[in-house]
Design a binder for this molecule. Structure first.
Ligand code: NAG
Ligand code: NAG
Ligand code: NAG
Ligand code: NAG
Ligand code: NAG
Ligand code: NAG
Ligand code: NAG
Ligand code: NAG
Ligand code: ZN
Length: 901
């Protein structure tokens, strides 16, 4: 995501052009109908679609069940060594069952660790062929005698095949368990599944897989836990003319006499976890590259047409440099002999880091310069960086259990910026972490209902509890906290700790490997910290939330307090550290950086007093908010209006975001928050503007149609106009697109916000562009970056003709992203009966696209429990909003009225 956020970037503001009614419709459309968008926003990246709210997990087991097969965790008596798997997916409907199916054989060699007469192995939705009357055949290896099978059955609830034996397996001996099975190649996006698409007018079927977190058991019987690593010998049988891919390189293709099939065998994998396996059969095409100074094979796979049109080229261009970068960063060469990346028409998450065969949603891997926006391109870059980062950390070094998922995902979400920055050094992409991760997760982590990064192993058992771990806290707080660690240790020291960890490839670790690794490195002279890395990090990892640090520049006193967005909320989750943190404080005074300070108990920084402004949390490298005494706020505001460039870019975004959130939490006066936006008339950079717009959106939504709206709009129009004019100038009267990456985003913001605030030149600009297109439908003059906002504004300002044209173009659109932009713009109309048409047209479309099934699936995944929670949160939020408007309308209006005169 990476990661699914680009949509909000481009569409967030456009969306707000609409009145409350349209907003409701759009929310409904986005949630229910728009499969593509929902998926994108849900996540980033790997494996499991991400939950966007933090929901508490309740432990699944009230009383401890008696029998091993009733536990969701495998017993520790058996340990897999290797598997030999042959799978044969059929890409046409099976005549007897009416289903798409696959058949398979699997044999797992395992070692017995403790004497036992029981075999418990994962198996879900597979029809096993009976072998001598039982579900599996057991053989002793190296002279061991296998006991006979007493009875075997499938334990559906816990997803096991259970085999009771007539005698005991002996510790230290090895055995082989063989199964034959048939499964459905369903379109459920889980395990071994099918993806369909149309090309050259015909339907095509791809067999592909998604194992994370607990779906490998739906492809073949296996010990399906991340620590149960083994070597996999994989063979795929497939129709001639199709190509088979898996984690390793293919070594043998053979044809089977008398049939239309080919058998492709792959090199044995490295020792790896089941959740990282991948099997794909398709008729896709590919392009090839390689890594510099290395004979690793690099390929990008996609639909034939997409490859022919060059849509894989950008991903291929950036993969080589990024792999080179990560090899240096981890100080370890790429662990495999090849790197395949494939774009799939149907894919649940954003992408999945299968070792050596990464799977992506098409929008996360394919890039078409003719129609893709700057956000589309950035998404490809960051998702590829994220997944490649996992090829070492996550895949080579794997966390023992899902409770530590945050380390795997937080880590990849942090280093993706480093890899992306290496591949696109002019984009300044690292700056965006503050918007995409820090501010985003602050919003969730400031609630009393948040939860710590790490959970206890025994709290995470069932598949549902595992998928709940794929949330904003794991990804974004994980990234923010690791970035803080890297910043206070310095990047070279952090990277040395990583290479230490990478040498321990055979440990199935918990998160303490990180602190141990860094402690080992920190014995190097010259590096001193007030506490061990372990002590510092535990406070950020084992307790939820984050502090607000308050600096009183009159006395030099500095204190911390758990920051809660709602000051009346009650925290009922106890913390072993009583909600205090060891806070690294990088700060500056009067524009000069001072020595880092560590805060635990209230202390003083004597140098923080005086008449010059003090600014703390430089570049927001720490995961906390900052407040000051009123005099220092005044000095900072004064500096912003006199020369804002003296304050670092990221801190300008921080000052605004901290102030608005401190005001929400009633720590500071609302008018003080508004005053941080005064300097924006001089601001030209994207990051501070985006930060401000996100916060102002709340005010706009809250005061929409209220008495304060007029003055609010007047003030914001005054603030945005200079930015709009600035872009008019640097684009030579809108004839070109700015060259800077972030400038391109900011141009989108400038146009959408200026139009929304009623800047007349903006209305004329967007309407003229749209009309030009209407006169010549074969030639769209609107740059891909600006389509969303221009369509929406032109339709909002226009009438039936504009709406009808967009409707025609929507029906004619052959490219999914273009269709999505047109569809969302239809709801921007201000003509009430057209708005009705928008909804009813969409209802018709819904039926066609089988959205109901998707809706059900999405909800099944989120679960009844968290659905209820989300509803409760929504009600709570609405109540809070009404209260907020009642309390703030008067002072806000007064302040604005004053500014506008
Ligand atoms: C895997 O099984 C097939 C037959 O099912 C056999 O031919 C092959 O040798 C086995 N490979 C390994 C590595 O055990
Ligand atoms: C598995 O067996 C059940 C019960 O006989 C049957 O309904 C189902 O279609 C079978 N599935 C496959 C994929 O063969
Ligand atoms: C197997 O066949 C595929 C597709 O025809 C080809 O690309 C690949 O090089 C072959 N592999 C071997 C080891 O012959
Ligand atoms: C990929 O790199 C080549 C060679 O540098 C360049 O010509 C091409 O424009 C790049 N393609 C994309 C989509 O960035
Ligand atoms: C925890 O903090 C609260 C208030 O911040 C304080 O009253 C209490 O004594 C602290 N408890 C411990 C065990 O430190
Ligand atoms: C504090 O100020 C004194 C003199 O004013 C200076 O010598 C010292 O280096 C400063 N310390 C820090 C941490 O900036
Ligand atoms: C906020 O500040 C303004 C002027 O600075 C003042 O008039 C108002 O009373 C303050 N409101 C609160 C709630 O402190
Ligand atoms: C839509 O496509 C049809 C058939 O390709 C074409 O006749 C029609 O002119 C197109 N409409 C527009 C508005 O481009
Ligand atoms: Zn990931």
């Amino acid at each position: 995501m990476a990661k699914g956020f680009y949509i909000s970037k481009n569409m967030g503001l456009a969306g707000l052009l609409m009145g409350a009614v349209a907003v409701v419709i759009i929310i409904a459309l986005a949630a229910v109908y728009d499969k593509e968008k929902t998926k994108n926003q849900n996540k980033p990246v790997d494996g499991v679609a991400m939950l966007t709210t933090a929901s508490p997990t309740t432990s699944s087991t009230l009383s401890t069940p008696k029998d091993p097969w009733e536990h969701y965790r495998l017993p520790d008596s058996l340990s897999p060594v290797s598997y030999n798997i042959t799978l044969w997916p059929r890409l046409v409907v099976n005549a007897s069952t009416g289903l798409y199916i696959f058949t398979g054989q699997s044999a797992v060699v395992f070692q017995c660790k403790k004497d036992t007469d029981l075999i418990v192995i994962h198996c879900n939705k597979l029809n096993l062929t009976l072998l001598n009357g039982h579900h599996a055949r057991l053989t002793g290896l190296d002279g061991a005698t296998a006991p006979t099978v007493k009875t075997s059955w499938l334990q559906v609830k816990t997803e096991y095949l259970v085999i009771q034996l007539n005698g005991k397996l002996t510790a230290g001996k090895s055995y082989r368990l063989s199964t034959d099975f048939q499964g459905e190649l369903a379109d459920d996006l889980k395990g071994f599944y099918r993806s369909e698409y149309t090309e050259d007018g015909g339907k095509k079927v791809v067999a592909t897989s998604q194992m994370q977190a607990t779906f490998a058991r739906k492809a073949f019987p296996c010990f399906d836990e991340p620590a149960m690593k083994a070597v996999f010998h994989i063979t795929l049988i497939h129709q001639r003319g199709t190509v088979a891919l898996s984690n390793g390189r293919d070594t043998v293709n053979s044809t089977i006499d008398g049939t239309e099939v080919t058998m492709t065998r792959f090199e044995p994998t490295k020792r790896m976890s089941t959740y990282l396996l991948a099997f794909i059969v398709s008729d896709f095409d590919h392009i090839t590259g390689s890594i510099e100074n290395n004979n690793v094979l690099v390929r990008i796979w996609a639909r034939r047409k997409a490859i022919a049109e060059g849509h894989g080229n950008y991903a291929l261009n950036v993969t080589g440099p990024m792999l080179n970068f990560f090899e240096r960063y981890y100080n370890a060469s790429y662990p495999l002999s090849k790197s395949d990346q494939i774009a799939l028409p149907d894919f649940n998450a954003g992408a999945m880091e299968n070792w050596g065969l990464i799977t992506y949603r098409e929008t996360a891997l394919l890039y078409d310069p003719a129609i893709s926006s700057v956000g589309n391109k950035e998404r490809v870059l960051t998702v590829v960086a994220h997944e490649l980062a996992h090829m070492w950390f996550g895949n080579l070094v794997t966390l023992r259990w899902w409770n530590d998922l945050w380390l795997n995902e937080g880590f990849a979400s942090y280093v993706e910026y480093l890899g992306a920055d290496y591949a696109e050094p002019t984009w300044n992409i690292k700056e965006q972490t503050i918007l995409n991760d820090v501010h985003k997760v602050f919003a969730v982590d400031a609630l009393a209902s948040s939860h710590p990064l790490s959970r206890k192993e025994e709290e995470v058992n069932q598949p549902d509890e595992i998928s709940e771990m794929f949330n904003t806290i794991s990804y974004s707080k994980g990234a923010a906290v690791l970035r803080m660690l890297s910043e206070f240790l310095t990047e070279p020291v952090f990277a040395r700790g990583l290479s230490y960890i990478n040498q321990r490839t055979h440990c199935e670790c918990s998160y303490s490997i990180l602190t141990r690794g860094l402690t080992a490195v920190l014995t190097t002279p010259g590096m001193s910290l007030p506490h061990t890395v372990h002590d510092i990090m535990n406070r950020w990892i084992l307790q939820m939330g984050f502090p607000v640090v308050t600096i009183d520049t009159a006395t030099g006193h500095i204190t911390q307090k758990h920051f809660l967005l709602d000051p009346d909320s009650v925290v009922d989750r106890p913390s072993p550290y009583n909600y205090t943190w060891l806070v690294p404080i990088k700060w500056m005074k009067g524009g000069v950086e001072r020595e880092q300070h560590w805060l635990l108990q209230e202390t003083g920084i004597s140098n923080a007093t005086g008449s010059e402004w003090v600014l703390a949390n430089l570049n927001v490298s720490g995961y906390y908010r900052v407040n000051y005494d009123m005099d220092n706020w005044e000095r900072l505001l004064n500096q912003l209006t006199t020369d804002h460039t003296v304050i670092p870019l990221i801190n300008r975004a921080q000052i605004v975001d901290d102030a608005f959130n401190l005001a929400r939490a009633k720590v500071i006066n609302t008018t003080l928050a508004l005053r941080t936006t005064r300097y924006l008339s001089q601001e030209r950079d994207y990051i501070p503007w985006e930060s401000a717009l996100r916060n102002l959106n709340y005010y706009i939504l809250m005061f929409d149609r209220g008495q304060a709206y007029g003055v609010l709009q007047g003030y914001l129009k005054m603030q945005i106009t200079p930015l709009f004019e600035y872009f008019r100038t640097i684009t030579v009267d809108w004839t070109r697109v700015p060259t800077g990456h972030n400038d391109q985003y900011n141009q989108i913001n400038a146009i959408s916000f200026a139009c929304r605030m009623g800047v007349e030149r903006c209305r004329v600009l967007t309407s003229d562009w749209f009309r030009e297109w209407m006169l010549n439908p074969d030639h769209n003059p609107i740059h891909p970056n600006l389509k969303t906002t221009v369509y929406c504004n032109a339709i909002a300002a226009g009438g039936v003709a504009e709406w009808d044209f967009a409707w025609q173009m929507f029906k004619n659109a052959t490219v999914a992203t273009e269709a999505a932009k047109l569809r969302s713009s239809l709801a921007c109309t201000k003509v009430p009966w057209l708005l009705n048409r928008t909804t009813s047209s969409c209802v018709l479309l819904k039926k066609r696209s089988g959205f109901l099934k998707q809706f059900k699936e999405d909800n099944a995944r989120v679960g009844f429990g968290s659905g209820t929670l989300a509803l409760e949160q929504a009600i709570e939020r609405t109540t809070a909003n009404i209260k907020w408007v009642a309390e703030n309308q008067e002072p806000v209006m007064k302040w604005l009225a004053n500014e506008c005169t």
